[in-house]
Design a protein around this ligand. Structure first.
Ligand code: DGL
Length: 266
C-alpha cells in the first residue's frame, strides 16, 4: 500500500558557510516548488583547514539535524565535506540519497586542448585520497595540477570578494597553474565561483574556468520526486544569523530571507 508522502519532506543542503549558496541558487531556480533547507556551518568554517575527523563529525551532526527536519535528500554542497565525509554519510544512512560535490575532471579532460588542467581547492580537499582517486580514474593521461588555496574562503566568508589582499592571494595561488600553462581550470570549492572574475584575471583570459554547481543541482533534481509539500526556503547557521542575512542580501541580492540559528555543537 502506498502511503501519502509527508508534507514536511524537504531537500537538505549544507556547506561550511556561504559557498553552498552557489548550489542552492541553482537548485532553487530548478525546483521553485520544493521545500529547501540550507545549513551554513559558519561557526566551524573554513572546513578546508580542519582535520578529516572534524569534517566528518560536523557533516554527521548536520545531516542528523537535516533528517530530523524532514530531509529525504541531502546535497553536500561542499567539496571538502564530500572528500572526507560522503562515504561515512552514505554508510550511516544507506537508504537516503546524498548528492556530493566534486570537481568535474571528465568535463575538464574534454575541454583541454593542451592536456594541462589546473584544479583549485581547499587544503583539505587538495590533500584528500578521494580527490587523488578521482583524478587517477578520470584524468586519462592529462596532467592535473592540484593547488590548495588556504585563506581564500576566510575572505569570502567575511564578505570580501574583491580586496587588494584577496586579489594578491588569488594571484599567488594561481602562479603554479600559470607556470604549468594550464588551459583549463576547475573551481574545486563551492565558494570559489563567488570570486570567479578574480580567478579569471589571475589565470588570464585564455584559460577556461569550469564550475560544477549546475551539474550538482541537476543531479539532485534527477533524484527528487516532487510531492504535496508546499514550497519553502529555510536557512540556518551555526554562526550569527544577522551577519549571514546581510551577506546574502549584499552578495546574492536575496532580501527578507529567514535565517535561524542552529546552535548544535557550540
Ligand atoms: N565550500 C567548501 C568546499 O566546497 C568548503 C570551504 C571551506 O570551508 O574551507 O570545499
Amino acid at each position: 500500500m502506498l502511503t501519502d508522502p509527508s508534507p514536511r519532506r524537504e531537500i537538505g543542503i549544507f556547506d561550511s558557510g556561504v559557498g553552498g549558496f552557489t548550489v542552492l541558487r541553482e537548485l532553487h531556480a530548478m525546483l521553485p516548488t520544493a521545500r529547501l533547507r540550507y545549513l551554513a556551518d559558519t561557526a566551524y568554517a573554513p572546513y578546508g583547514n580542519r582535520t578529516p575527523d572534524e569534517i566528518r563529525a560536523r557533516s554527521m551532526a548536520i545531516s542528523e539535524h537535516l533528517i530530523a527536519q524532514g530531509a529525504e535528500l541531502i546535497v553536500v554542497a561542499c567539496n571538502t565535506a564530500t572528500a572526507h565525509a560522503i562515504e561515512a554519510l552514505r554508510a550511516r544512512w544507506p537508504a537516503l540519497p546524498f548528492v556530493g560535490t566534486e570537481p568535474g575532471i571528465k568535463p575538464a579532460v574534454a575541454a583541454t586542448r593542451n592536456g594541462c588542467i589546473g584544479l583549485l581547492a581547499t587544503p583539505a580537499t587538495a590533500a584528500s585520497a578521494r580527490l587523488r582517486a578521482l583524478i587517477e580514474r578520470h584524468a586519462n593521461g592529462r596532467e592535473v595540477i592540484v593547488q590548495g588555496c588556504p585563506g581564500v574562503v576566510d575572505h569570502i566568508e567575511a564578505g570580501d570578494l574583491d580586496s587588494i589582499e584577496l586579489r594578491a592571494l588569488v594571484e599567488r595561488h594561481c602562479e603554479p597553474l600559470r607556470a604549468a600553462r594550464v588551459d583549463t581550470a576547475l573551481l574545486g570549492c563551492t565558494h570559489y565561483p563567488l570570486i570567479e572574475p578574480l580567478w579569471q584575471a589571475a589565470l588570464g583570459p585564455d584559460v577556461k574556468l569550469l564550475r560544477i554547481e549546475t551539474a550538482v543541482a541537476r543531479r539532485a533534481v534527477d533524484l527528487w520526486t516532487p510531492g504535496t509539500e508546499s514550497p519553502a526556503l529555510h536557512v540556518e547557521t551555526s554562526g550569527d544569523p544577522a551577519t549571514l542575512r546581510r551577506w546574502v542580501e549584499r552578495v546574492l541580492g536575496w532580501h527578507e530571507l529567514d535565517v535561524q540559528r542552529w546552535p548544535a555543537g557550540l
